[in-house]
Design a binder for this molecule. Structure first.
Ligand code: 4NP
Length: 150
């Protein structure tokens, strides 16, 4: 079983979308996909209504996901930890205990633009178009991740 974790700040906008999108592209008998936030603001919350809506527009139901906070044990559980932006990267790395932990953490857009460390912009304070933009960026990255791992 290959285990992949998507991480953003709140675990209600970007990483639940990334979780739903990647899950839809992988055979789930061999892969586990989860998501978490570096902050604890939205623990137990369902995804932002705008993320649920854009996922639905593209045929995915993410309404059953619930927010949780990233923790150190996730380094043991997961093989790959994909972060959305540099702040997420720094927050996750601050909890790493070893070079092995650090090596698991990747910028998700480096799948599309290797070594550039580009960010998936936080859509929380913007409008619906920001969520559709995020969806499309994540869909491209997740297609490449799924191709590489299958
Ligand atoms: P996310 O977006 O990190 O993509 O889930 C955010 C959601 C909530 C907040 C910030 C970003 N917040 O400050 O509550």
């Amino acid at each position: 079983m290959t285990k992949i974790l998507m991480v953003c700040l709140g675990n209600i906008c970007r990483s639940p979308l990334a979780e739903g999108i990647l899950r839809s592209k992988l055979p789930l008998d061999n892969f586990l996909v989860d998501s978490a936030g570096t902050a604890n603001y939205h623990v137990g919350d369902r995804p932002d209504s705008r993320s649920i809506a854009v996922a639905k527009k593209f045929g995915l139901d993410i309404s059953n996901l619930r927010g949780r906070q990233f923790n150190m044990n996730d380094f043991d559980t997961f093989d790959y930890i994909f972060v959305m932006d540099e702040s997420n990267y720094n927050n996750v790395i601050s909890l790493a205990r070893s070079d092995k932990d650090i090596a698991k953490v990747k910028f998700i857009l480096n799948e599309v633009y290797p070594n550039q460390n580009y960010s998936i912009p936080d859509p929380y304070y913007g409008g619906n178009s920001g969520f559709e933009n995020v969806y499309k960026m994540l869909d491209e990255a997740c297609s490449l991740i799924a191709d590489r791992l299958t």
